[in-house]
Design a protein around this ligand. Structure first.
Ligand code: HEM
Length: 449
């Protein structure tokens, strides 16, 4: 029997916090900061934020209504599109209606279970290559290591291993673009043009410009037939069949950016939080390392590696519950609707918070406690109370890819290395994704056995 472990979470106020406080200090930078305990107990909250009515749905039935039962009444919010448009344009994540449907159809086959299976070798290659640089006894930022690895995988799996997408320069610009989001969000909320004022905001803008320019070059190489045979080439061909050339080219760059960013940043955060939770529970880490070692030694071809990792899979699910890499996502109502007792008007924002639903006292026993066996029993859960990958028709297209990828990387890393707490406090930060603030420095020990 292991001791109960409650991993750290931001302080909670006893009572609801005034909306204006969300514009200052840590609350303006970290979406999961500044919630009251009440938000983890009630089933609905309504906010008025600079003229927007925001309905925060904390009841899985309500979430199901929006994502599954009545999705035609909702779209991605204009404000989210304004915020993300300079970087991912009208790609799959930020489009709606027919444009969304066409793009989803184009990419669907590349993320089928068979297509993900075909990528397994690349997951192993990147996991092994990362470890080759590690030294026994050193302290290493495992958040950066996770980002480098998932970035390499997305470049290998979707963009033919293009070296421009695996550079340290790209990594720096992406980190800056993500950090610049809190200022960009504020400008969008205030309906001001996106001219950042602070050094962080300006670095974020430079990061966006760099990424768009690089991805436009990557697309052009394929457009003109200089590179062939990867996911992006296939997508360009399919887009050219459906859209006029100028639109097809713009959408190709938008989707290159969408898949490059959505495809690695989220999985990197899932890996980081999982490694943090492993370092904080050494006994459990030893148990999972033994499972990982047996699984990797049984040979890649013999059986599917990830089918031999039942405990690691449970651990990953619990990690995605406690630190969902996408802690919130939103919709905007197109028409009048009723969600439970709430009257929704056209233009209202409906906000879905994995962060709150995953730690809600009505749906989970002892919600803040890490419990590896929580998911061992498959029954008894509402399918919309646990949604690290979203739900309904717009569920994450890369969910299967990310799960197999994360399990493969973790199994290889754990079977050879021990990850030891370095005393650096784990604190969740970020406006769009949930990153460990200041990275994740861990001490590394090579396993002898
Ligand atoms: C642990 C890793 C990941 C997490 C937690 C995650 C989470 C999510 C969530 C919550 C959504 C739904 C957003 C909404 O409904 O508004 C989403 C959508 C999406 N994700 Fe992921 N994701 C992950 C990995 C990936 C990977 C590996 C890829 C691609 C290779 C990817 C590509 C996308 C795309 C393109 C969408 C938009 C889908 C659509 O609207 O049709 N994600 N993801």
């Amino acid at each position: 029997m292991t001791r109960p472990f409650i991993p750290p979470y931001p302080p909670r106020q006893p009572r609801p916090v005034a909306t204006w406080r969300g514009f200052f200090g840590e609350r303006a930078r970290t979406s999961v900061y500044g919630w009251s305990q009440f938000a983890f107990e009630t089933n609905y909250l309504k906010r008025n934020i600079l003229g927007f009515t925001v309905h925060i749905l904390l009841d899985p039935d309500m979430v199901q209504h929006v994502l599954l039962d009545n999705p035609a009444a909702y779209v991605k919010p204009d404000i989210v599109k304004d915020l993300l448009n300079p970087i991912i344009g009208r790609g799959l994540l930020t489009s709606d209606g027919d444009l969304w449907r066409d793009q989803r159809r184009i990419v669907a086959a590349s993320f089928s279970p068979a297509a993900v299976d075909a990528q397994r070798g690349k997951f192993v290659e990147a996991a092994r290559s990362a470890m080759s640089g590690w030294k026994h006894g050193e302290r290493r930022d495992m958040a950066a290591e996770s980002t480098r690895t998932t970035m390499t995988i997305i470049a290998l799996a979707l963009f033919g291993g293009d070296p421009r997408l695996i550079s340290e320069e790209s990594m720096r610009h992406i980190a800056a673009a993500i950090e610049g989001f809190s200022e960009a969000r504020m400008l969008a909320l205030l309906r001001l043009p996106q001219f950042p004022i602070t050094p962080k905001g300006r670095a974020g803008k430079r990061g966006q410009v760099f990424l768009r320019r690089t991805l436009a070059e990557v697309v052009d190489d394929r457009w003109h037939g200089r590179v062939a045979g990867d996911f992006l080439t296939g997508m360009i061909d399919a887009l050219r069949q459906r859209f006029p050339d100028d639109e097809a080219r713009a959408l190709a760059v938008d989707n290159a950016a969408t898949f490059y960013l959505a495809g690695h940043e989220t999985t990197a955060n899932a890996l980081s939080w999982t490694l943090y939770l492993l370092s904080a529970q050494p006994e459990l880490q030893e148990e999972l390392a033994a499972e990982a070692k047996a699984a990797t030694e049984a040979g890649e071809e013999a059986e599917r590696l990830t089918d031999r990792l039942p405990r690691l899979r449970l651990f990953l699910m619990e990690s995605l519950r406690l630190y969902p890499p996408v802690p919130r996502f939103d919709r905007q109502a197109l028409a009048v609707d009723r969600i439970g007792d709430a009257e929704v008007a056209p233009g209202d924002i409906v906000s879905i918070w994995p962060w709150l639903l995953h730690r809600h006292s009505k749906y989970w026993d002892d919600p803040d406690r890490f419990e590896i066996d929580r998911f061992a029993d498959k029954g008894g859960r509402h399918r919309f109370q646990y949604l690290p990958f979203g739900g309904g028709g717009r569920i994450c297209v890369g969910a299967q890819f990310a799960t197999i990828e994360a399990l493969t990387i973790l199994a290889h890393w754990l079977s050879e290395w021990r990850f030891i707490d370095s005393g650096h406090p784990a604190r969740a930060a970020g406006m769009v994704t949930l990153r460990p603030a200041g990275g994740l420095p861990l001490n590394l020990e090579r396993r002898k056995d």
